[in-house]
Design a protein around this ligand. Sequence first.
Ligand code: FES
Length: 349
Amino acid sequence: MFHDLTVAHVRQETPDAVAITFDIPADKEAAFAYTPGQYLTLRANVAGKDIRRSYSIASAPGAGLTVGVKRVDGGAFSGFVQGLKPGDRIAVMPPEGRFTCKGEAEVVLIASGSGITPMMAIAADVLARGGRATLVYGNRNTGSIMFRETLDALKDRYMERFTVVHLLSREDQDVPLLNGRVTGDKVQQLARAGAVDLKGAEAVFLCGPGGMIEDVSSVLEGEGVPKEKIRYELFYTEGAAPRAPKSAEAEAAQAAGVAVEVILDGTRKSFLVEAGDDTVLDAAERNGLELPFSCRGGMCCTCRCKVTEGKGEMAVNYSLEPWELDAGFTLACQTRPVSEKLVLDFDAA
Ligand code: FES
């Protein structure tokens, strides 16, 4: 599942963000092929703990595989990753994620802070295909703008087809409309001022904190952008997203012990989920079984699997779509069994 990759370059983007480019040897090129908007999961032992974190890919296919990493306050892993140097090796899971461009030629990209990372790949791809992109990008000040040089270079190259609107919350710009954070109101004002063409967009991509995404999404819908054209990628901090408490039914089932069977890469493994376990993923780890996961927050879908027997409930779900829920898919990192037995198929498409 993980491959050891060598760091080719590290570039300081802002005082607290770096772009890390990996060398992809010829025999791993197929595994690391990706669609713009996807992310990589990095894994390392930091301060005695085996930790994984996901970082969006910033480069367009064909350019060096690059992720953007912003330092998180108190985040040991982001500090560790930022300390990587050319020649260092780190375990990396092949690209994943559904926040992708599906060939649209007219897109609006709305990001704040390090939410710019996947937008870089999407914008470069759309522009290279002859499409048109408008980016609304919010930061505190000019110094905190990630990928500024790359954005300028893209603007120079695709002057007619790439529009960048920088919003700054702590630095005054001459045009008052450009001062402030990315909010639904601000996007509405930009659209009504003609700076952003929401009506002509084939897709609108949002990447940033949950509050921003909720606020902007509801305004977009109010402005007539159909829901299916709005795609978003949430930022998360492990454990920070609100989670539903365990139901009485799940408490009772786990107190009695739930026999869980997982099917992964064609093999079956069994373990018990017990009262002290929060989720199936926690119980698997306690039993020494490694299941696929990355965010642990219900957002990335890496732990997606299908319930083929029994029943479970999820603490949160920010990534499975309604049809997947109807088809029986669940997120192992959020699943609490409510039946005596639960069978989860990780190989189900
Ligand atoms: S690990 Fe990301 S949704 Fe479960």
